[in-house]
Design a protein around this ligand. Structure first.
Ligand SMILES: *Cc1c(COP(=O)(O)O)cnc(C)c1O
Length: 195
């Protein structure tokens, strides 16, 4: 895999065990993203000797914040005020967060509705443990056209809000994401090619 140097490639490692992650690390993959708190904490312990940058990319329950928030480098899934409140309560230092935006009009999917985004950004300003660095979105399954619309919208929302970072793009749609100025790709299955 060959990506532009200005794009951070995060290995979405939910598919991989720590032996496989070590192998990827030896191949210069230093960013890993996990979806489940318990799995991530276990992997962090097993890989404590490596200088990994840890991203949390899954839905985060407020009752899990305390045990993980001071161990991650980036949170990609800030999607509600109650989560911000919990982070405010338990984080020792400010946490670099992407606000997750739902741009595919799928009700089952997490993320702030774009119509509510401006208000959400205002509402979380009072939490000094939240540092919003960008937006994150997930494309629509089996619909590259709707996915491209979503990525284009995320790019323009980030620009409008003067945010530098855009977390978008997975195995099936990362090329579209790069076209729309993704700065952080979350790639899972494609890493099987490197193992
Ligand atoms: C699993 C996952 C990915 C990576 O998915 P692939 O299609 O395997 O590349 C990216 N983002 C999130 C939030 C995921 O859960």
């Amino acid at each position: 895999m060959n990506f532009n140097e200005s794009v951070t490639v995060i290995c979405a490692s939910k598919y991989f065990d720590t032996t496989q992650m070590r192998k990827l690390y030896q191949k210069q993959i230093f960013h890993f993203g996990e979806n489940r708190v318990q799995d991530m904490l276990k992997k962090m312990d097993e890989l404590a000797d490596l200088a990994i940058t840890w991203h949390f990319i899954g839905h985060l329950q407020t009752n899990k914040v305390k045990e993980m928030i001071n161990r991650i480098d980036y949170l990609h899934t800030l999607d509600r005020i109650s989560l911000a409140e919990s982070i405010q309560k338990y984080a020792y230092q400010s946490v670099k967060c992407f606000v997750q935006v739902n741009l595919t009009e799928e009700d089952q999917k997490s993320g702030i509705n774009p119509n509510n985004l401006t208000q959400f950004l205002l509402d979380i300003r009072k939490y000094d443990k939240i540092e919003v660095i960008g937006f994150m979105t997930i494309g629509k399954d089996n619909d590259l056209s709707a996915t491209e619309d979503a990525f284009r919208m995320l790019d323009s929302l980030a620009s409008q809000n003067n945010l530098a970072f855009r977390s978008m793009g997975m195995t099936n749609d990362y090329e579209i994401a790069i076209k729309h100025h993704a700065t952080h790709l979350r790639i899972g299955r494609k890493f099987l090619e490197m193992l």
